[in-house]
Design a protein around this ligand. Sequence first.
Ligand code: AMP
Length: 220
Amino acid sequence: MINVILLGPPGAGKGTQAKRLEQKHELVQLSTGDMLRAAVASGSELGRQAKKVMEAGQLMPDDIIIAMIAERIDRPDTKKGFILDGFPRTTAQAKALDKMLAERGLKLDLVIELKVDDAVLVERISGRFACAKCGAGYHDLYQRPKIEGRCDRCGATEFVRRPDDNAETVKARLAAYHAQTAPILPYYAQRGVLRSVNGMADIDEVAAQIEALISELRPG
Ligand code: AMP
């Protein structure tokens, strides 16, 4: 069992790398952003609140997010380990996670920071889109479908863009990252679980760097 956090600014590649890890190892990706988008799509009360907060590029209240992730960790599919993507995003969330893991006799093995310059992030985020059916990720400049208009993975022909992936909201999301999330890094560095990778490299190279870190935990 390996429990990993992918930490980094919006557009750093957390979701992309989490999906790779999920396929390669028997781990499950826990993305609080995906959970909130599902709530928005369901039209629930939580979804209505999340829609406003996400469109403003701000963070949801800690207590809501913490309860959401605790409920998710308790499902049986996390038994072989999980990859946290987009959580924790504040010091309060990081502390709540420690408590949650301790209460369940679980351990945090590794926190992987994806380091990417802000200027690159804006370009990355504004070009991204995904298959409406299977969620495979694409980019206008860097990763177009092999056959134009058709998903490489499932063949579907409809694609979606996140409403919060626009230049204005991205600025607010980056500001939230620097003010509220980056301060968690020293918290994990002190405990010796933090490793940083160069998130500016291409997707395969970043995946290889992450793989090297995982194999240090899981020799052979
Ligand atoms: P993401 O898909 O991780 O980029 O998240 C999209 C949006 O969901 C963020 O900009 C926040 O508004 C909200 N969100 C996701 N995860 C969290 C979290 N851990 N804490 C607070 N807000 C979150």
